[in-house]
Design a protein around this ligand. Structure first.
Ligand code: 5GP
Ligand code: 5GP
Length: 238
């Protein structure tokens, strides 16, 4: 009897620790809101495939909204019981197609990309944003950030053959939004550095930009950063 009491107590303790660990592993401090420049995704060695709905507009597309911690670590795949359910975001379809297009091959509609983002990153902030809010808030953040217009206003236009410095790009976004972004560069087929992704930090509510508590690490952008045109691009393998 005495032994049974202790064993139950022990089981309860283990269960409680497990619950605490689960909750802790889901915690995070802020989000990275990450947008990608389609021409820079497409003009690499890997190339790209346009969505089945057609070539996206010449604008940044959303990559994802990623919970992150102040120490640089981040949780992923936090709830396998909360898989992506398209019926929960079906009302956002046209906006998702326009602003969150998938460029991976083979050509797809977008459900796989959106589902991946929800399951890998979104489930880690499900206590703040349910599936509908996760996508709706990301769409709102894109509108608020207005990144292409921030760059164009500073004379940074997507033009083949033109190059910009990291300070010019970061300065233009800081000037327009009030917040310093992180710029992720990749290389085109000729190994030129180019503007690939823009990271902005967002508070836990998902509503407002903040100064980044910590910046990601990434490869150097070099001294001359290309910003390739997408309207002129015709490299996709459909
Ligand atoms: P993450 O960077 O969020 O960890 O993973 C992105 C995943 O989504 C990869 O498996 C990638 O192949 C897939 N994916 C589908 N479409 C796109 C796209 O347009 N851009 C990026 N970056 N990844 C995409
Ligand atoms: P600093 O702290 O002097 O601004 O930058 C330190 C290093 O990080 C430098 O090599 C600089 O080029 C790099 N760096 C600064 N900001 C960014 C950025 O937004 N993206 C990338 N890829 N590198 C950056």
């Amino acid at each position: 009897m005495k032994y049974c009491g202790w064993s139950t107590l022990l089981k309860l303790l283990v269960l409680q620790c497990f619950t605490i660990l689960c909750v802790v592993s889901k915690e995070f401090d802020f989000y990275y809101f990450v947008q990608q420049w389609p021409a820079s995704y497409c003009d690499t060695k890997k190339s790209c495939c346009y969505p089945v709905t057609g070539k996206p507009q010449e604008d940044f597309g959303i990559h994802g909204l990623w919970p992150n911690n102040n120490d640089g670590s981040y949780p992923t795949e936090c709830d396998s019981n909360n898989t992506f359910d398209y019926s929960k975001v079906v009302d956002l379809t046209s906006s998702l197609q326009e602003n969150w297009p998938t460029l991976a091959c083979p050509s797809a509609f977008g459900l796989k990309f959106w589902g991946h983002e929800w399951e890998k990153h979104g489930t880690c902030c499900e206590t703040y944003l349910d599936q509908h809010s996760y996508f709706a808030y990301a769409l709102q953040l894109k509108e608020k950030a207005n990144t292409l217009q921030s760059l164009v206003a500073a004379g940074i236009t997507p033009t083949d053959g033109k190059h910009y410095t990291l300070n010019e790009i970061k300065g233009a976004i800081k000037e327009a939004t009030g917040f310093t972004p992180w710029i992720d560069c990749n290389k085109d087929v000729y190994k030129n550095h180019q503007l690939y992704q823009v990271y902005m930090c967002v508070d836990k509510t998902g509503l407002g930009f903040i100064e980044c508590p910590v910046f990601p690490h990434g490869p150097s952008c070099g001294n001359a950063i290309a910003f390739p045109s997408f309207s002129a691009t015709s490299v996709a393998t459909i």
